[in-house]
Design a protein around this ligand. Structure first.
Ligand SMILES: [Zn+2]
Length: 468
């Protein structure tokens, strides 16, 4: 059986400062090595000061993933020598004698399958190495310490995944969860980074590092399964090793033999005292946490009578559920949920596209009311929405600009139905016995009015004329 486990690094992007100093947590777009101080570059004599908010946000991740939070958390030094780490050790957490990391033994359910969370730890991000060309062939490596010391939460799962697809679904759920509790923006480049480990039936464990996106981790795991299967078929043993994902070639390449935990010589970090997290603190954090995605979904179904599948999609997307919360009223919630999930999400499914949408709550509110009050058909509504998201114009401007007003007055509709009856004699005679032909005639009327006719009025007129 294939066993896949994950190590996910999630930056706490919503924090102001780094984990142990006052430098900015948002290091992006700053000139290299301008966001540093003696603490985050580890100069002798500097002392770390733990960021209280980082501990709180990490605890929130633990809570949302169903983990136990120990009464006392402590920090360890993980020793390794690499230029991205100016101190030659990383301050992280380690369960040496008892659990002292911020979370353990959690679980997340995806499609009825339980994925166990082994451990959650709070640690500092290292600096960034920038290679000229590819990392294998480069002669020049530059280092930027702006990122060094930014708060990072590592989430380690048990090897509970059986397929790369389950991994992708889990990662999407995880991204939704951390976004919803407001600790991280998972769509910022590099905010959520994933390493996978994979072993086939009783085989050695191979780690895949350096994967940039969710889609690529799925591809990398697929590649590894195929590679390992072909080794097994040729009776060649699979080496325990770390492999890098080569994004350009879409293959994994051997990086180095895997270090064992003992290679890191973990020692307790004596410069940071043990932190006590009492039950009051946890209760306060729980109160501060926003409504969970699950609770939100239930509310949408119970309070607004939104169909479960629609509530599912809407509640798990923070951008669209925020839009929904701002736009809806008691009477139009269902219609607005419908507009968002069937039309709007189709226009913009990526973060970049969402950011470009020139739409606000008022647009949606007006559109839903116009559809409910039959001032516009659903079809025309879709066209109007398309124009509003592009231009930001109001609904009334868009309706008159595109001439989308409703043909609902019976007199003009009757005239159009008459025209269709003349053109479609055969369908008219069939329609007296066959319901499909009625739909066909209604379709012709809709086509003639470019979708502006109100469907229920049209059906009524067609039926009346057929029976007369
Ligand atoms: Zn600093």
């Amino acid at each position: 059986m294939t066993k896949i486990g994950l190590e996910i690094h999630c930056q706490l992007t919503k924090l102001e400062s780094k984990l142990f100093c006052k430098c900015k947590a948002d290091y992006r777009s700053l000139p290299p090595n301008s966001n540093i101080c003696p603490v985050c570059v580890g100069l002798p004599g500097s002392l770390p000061m733990l960021n209280r908010k980082a501990v709180e946000k990490a605890a929130m991740i633990s809570l949302v993933l169903g983990c136990k939070i120990p009464e006392k958390i402590s920090f360890f030094r993980k020793n390794y020598f690499y230029p991205d780490l100016p101190k030659n050790f990383q301050i992280t957490q380690y369960n040496a004698y008892e659990p002292t990391s911020i979370g353990s033994e959690g679980k997340v359910e995806i499609e009825g399958k339980e994925i166990r969370i082994r451990r959650i730890q709070l640690e500092e991000d290292p600096g960034r190495l920038i290679y000229e060309g590819s990392s294998e062939k480069t002669l020049i490596t530059l280092v930027d310490y702006n990122r060094a010391g930014t708060p990072l939460v590592e989430i380690v799962t048990e090897p509970d995944f059986e397929t790369p697809r389950q991994v992708r679904i889990f990662l999407n759920v995880l991204a939704d969860l951390v976004e919803n509790i407001g600790v991280s923006d998972p769509y910022i480049e590099g905010a959520l980074r994933v390493d996978g480990n994979i072993s086939l039936e009783k085989g050695n464990r191979v780690e895949i590092k350096n994967v940039g996106s969710f889609r690529d981790i799925e591809k990398a795991l697929h590649f590894e399964i195929t590679r390992q299967q072909s080794l097994v078929a040729r009776k060649i043993p699979v080496q325990a090793e770390t492999r890098h994902w080569d994004e350009a070639r879409k293959i994994t390449v051997s990086a180095r033999s895997k270090e064992e935990e003992e290679d890191y010589r973990y020692v307790p970090e004596a410069d940071i005292p043990v932190v006590v997290i009492d039950t009051n603190t946890i209760a306060t954090l729980q109160r501060q946490m926003p409504e969970s995605i699950i609770a939100k979904r239930e509310r949408y179904i119970k309070k607004y009578d939104i169909p479960p599948q629609v509530a599912d999609v809407l509640s798990s997307d923070k951008f669209y559920s925020d839009l929904f919360e701002n736009a809806h009223s008691e009477t139009n919630a269902r219609e607005i949920a419908n507009i968002i999930t069937t039309d709007l999400m189709g226009f913009a499914d990526t973060r970049e596209k969402k950011m470009e949408l020139k739409i606000n709550a008022k647009h949606l509110l007006d559109l839903a009311d116009a559809i409910i009050n039959k001032k516009i058909t659903r079809n025309s509504g879709k066209l109007a929405l398309q124009e509003m998201v592009k231009t930001g114009k109001s609904l009334s401007e868009v309706i008159s600009m595109l001439d989308l007003g409703h043909v609902s007055d019976t007199f003009s509709l009757e005239k159009i139905v008459d025209e269709v009856f003349k053109e479609e004699e055969k369908a008219v005679s069939d329609a007296k016995q066959n319901a499909d032909s009625v739909n066909y005639l209604v379709g012709k009327v809709m086509k003639k009015t470019k979708g502006k006719a109100d469907p229920s009025t049209t059906i009524e007129i067609v039926r009346k004329k057929l029976s007369s």
